[in-house]
Design a protein around this ligand. Structure first.
Ligand code: DAT
Ligand code: MG
Length: 152
């Protein structure tokens, strides 16, 4: 099963949208394998966004992600990475399609509410960065799985 790392960013938590955002992934059919509420420290923020460290927006991005608590989730499912990215919407909320999280709930790139891994490889790397082994519940199933995943 593919896995993806999702973060409800500080604006999502502050605005009371945590439940609304989790609901969308849950209803899409993704299975939760890890979830925690936490304050991100600067070292973790910089490691998570290391690919952007040379960009002009890097410092602001790090300040944003450490500006308040977040909810971090590891989700799994067939096509989990692409499905979650589509549910999130495009990077700029004002260009995100209505129906997506950013398209329905956001308007500015620096307040775009949620992170989702952009590839299967990065999903695995990010889950390893954000979760310790004992924090993940792997291998559990739902009675609804066969109605969501065709081949289980
Ligand atoms: P995404 O979060 O859609 O995967 P990304 O990985 O390209 O987008 O960038 C990570 C975050 O950095 C993004 O959510 C918001 C911020 N960001 C990206 N491009 C930016 C830009 N041109 N100006 C300001 N912030 C930007
Ligand atoms: Mg990204």
């Amino acid at each position: 099963m593919e896995r993806t790392l999702i973060i409800v960013k500080p604006d999502g938590v502050q605005r009371g949208l945590t439940g609304e955002i989790i609901r969308r992934f849950e209803q899409r059919g993704l299975r939760i394998v890890g979830m925690k509420f936490m304050q991100v420290d600067r070292a973790l923020a910089e490691a998570h966004y290391a690919v952007h460290r040379e960009k002009a927006f890097f410092a602001g991005l790090v300040e944003y992600i450490i500006s308040g608590p977040v909810v971090v989730m590891a989700l799994e499912g067939t096509n989990a990475v692409a499905a979650a990215r589509a549910t999130i919407g495009s990077t700029k909320p004002h260009e995100s399609a209505p129906g997506s999280i950013r398209g329905d709930l956001g308007i500015e790139i620096g307040r775009n509410l949620v992170h989702g891994s952009d590839s299967v490889e990065n999903g695995e790397k990010e889950i390893a960065l954000w979760f310790k082994d004992g924090e993940l519940v792997s291998g559990w199933t739902r009675s609804t799985d066969k109605w969501i995943f065709e081949n289980v």
